[in-house]
Design a binder for this molecule. Structure first.
Ligand code: SF4
Length: 468
């Protein structure tokens, strides 16, 4: 069982309080290991030969409840699993659900390259970062090893994204593996019928492998156990994804039972990443729009609980945008608000007559204000106050948004506003109106109170800027 208290972790550490890890004491370091904000290797003394035994034991007792599996190589490597909790408020979820989109070996070459490029080039700006897709799943629809190999070769020439090679025929899988044996692809899948041959492939090519047993958890567990006994550890479990009705309810309950067994019951032989295949919705729906809709619904269910990787088909924005957005939200740390750096930002091409707006470093607030200003072509500066990622109203009430903090930015930021603008007027958010007088006193700048909603800044500008 994974250790969960700093005192237990402390037993394995050198206990010299040398401070090399950046923490004042070994106990403080132990607390950071539990929080997963530092790694064992950040304690360099423990890497010394004389602590080898302790290091190995600590690595074992600190391993995540759900095995961390790597797919692919280089900078696009995808990590799946690595989770320790059933509910994100208990700690956080760490490794996002890896979203793989399919291509198939009966596609024409031009269409194939176009789809692979669409997968690898997908970008959606969201709260300060770009959401992306993660992997390409190559399906054998021809059943022909040579055709599959040709398709795998073309895909791997087009992208460095990690790959899933999909076929139940070991000969087809091996033909694909021959093309990308150095790229650590995931094999999909070993079943009750082909498991011995697929296990041999996983050993020969040293690749992670998916074990698939739809609707039978006992078979799934027994296959996983056999693979572990053969020395194959990088295993992904696919308990089947039924796309609708009673079948969907059963699939959902299997994901929960497997994850509970891995985390709460410490069953290490099935504490493994889970795969869902929402593209089964395309088998149940003839109409493509309905199929894409249900695929998106099913993927949302399993992003929330507990798919670590999934194979999808619809590349329509009404599928990819909600899927990537939900995935991003579930895997943010619920204990820490999403923040941007504090300081002064120039928006557009401000000059000495441009307004200076003030806001907080809560990412949602900042990007809303920034977008309302930039999309209306208002060249300006934004003073971003460090409120620990809290929005304006709550930060005023909680004391994180104060005149002193506004002044701190004005006097210490890289961009010296006094040198940039030919006025001394700040525009405070309407929700911060009650600290306007004190802000004027502390900063020595004149204060204008802007609208409560940044969407009204353009209208407010017409009547209030430049100040009379
Ligand atoms: S580096 Fe290791 S031994 Fe030194 S204080 Fe940190 S945890 Fe303790």
């Amino acid at each position: 069982m994974k250790v969960s208290s700093p005192l237990e972790v402390y037993k394995y550490l050198p206990k010299t309080n040398c401070g090399e890890c950046g923490e004042a004491t070994c106990m403080a370091f132990a607390a950071q290991l539990i929080e997963r904000t530092l790694n064992i290797e950040d304690c360099s003394p423990i890497l010394d030969e004389k602590f080898k035994g302790k290091y190995e034991e600590l690595t074992q007792v600190m391993a995540p409840q759900i095995r961390l599996v790597k797919i692919g190589t280089g900078e696009n490597t995808v990590l799946i699993g690595g989770e320790d909790v059933l509910h994100r408020h208990q700690l956080t979820f760490y490794d996002k659900t890896a979203l793989a989109y399919d291509v198939w070996d009966t596609m024409g070459e031009e269409e194939l390259v176009e789809r692979v490029n669409a997968i690898q080039n997908f970008r959606k700006f969201y709260v300060g970062e770009f959401l992306t897709l993660d992997m390409v799943a190559i399906r054998s629809t021809s059943g022909d090893p040579a055709q599959f190999a040709k398709c795998v070769k073309k895909v791997s020439e087009t992208t460095d994204f990690p790959l899933i090679l999909c076929s139940f025929d070991p000969k087809v899988l091996e033909a694909g593996l021959e093309e990308v044996s150095d790229k650590n692809p995931l094999i999909y899948a070993a079943t009750e019928k082909n498991w011995k041959e697929v296990a041999e492939l996983a050993i020969k090519y040293k690749t992670p492998v998916t074990v698939f047993a739809p609707d039978n958890l006992d078979t799934l567990k027994s296959l996983a156990k056999s693979f572990l006994e053969m020395g194959i550890e990088d295993i992904v479990l696919d308990p089947g994804t039924q796309p609708s009705g009673e079948g969907l309810v059963n699939s959902f309950s299997k994901f929960i039972r497997l994850r509970r067994a891995g985390i709460s019951e410490d069953q290490r032989d099935i504490g493994l990443p889970l795969m869902s295949v929402p593209m089964t919705a395309w088998m149940a729906n003839e109409d493509p729009v309905n199929a894409a809709y249900w695929e998106t619904v099913v993927s949302s269910v399993f992003i929330v609980k507990y798919a670590d990787i999934m194979i999808l088909h619809s590349m329509e924005p009404y599928s990819t945008i909600p899927e990537t957005t939900l995935n991003n939200n579930i895997y943010t740390d619920p204990r820490r608000p999403v923040q941007v750096d504090s300081g002064v930002r120039a928006i557009g091409n401000p000059d000495e007559k441009s307004p200076v707006f003030v806001t907080t470093n809560f990412a949602l607030t900042y990007y809303t204000v920034e977008s309302d200003i930039s999309s209306n072509g208002i060249d300006s500066y934004i003073v971003v106050v460090n409120t620990d990622g809290i929005g304006v109203e709550a930060a005023i009430a909680g004391g994180q948004f104060t005149p002193a903090k506004v002044n701190e930015i004005l006097t210490s930021a890289d961009i010296k506003l006094e040198d940039k603008v030919g006025h001394k007027t700040l525009v405070l958010p309407g929700l911060a109106a009650r600290i306007s007088g004190e802000t004027e006193e502390v900063t020595g700048w004149n204060i204008l109170v802007g609208p409560q909603d940044s969407g009204r800044i353009p209208g407010w500008m017409e009547g209030s800027w430049p100040p009379k």
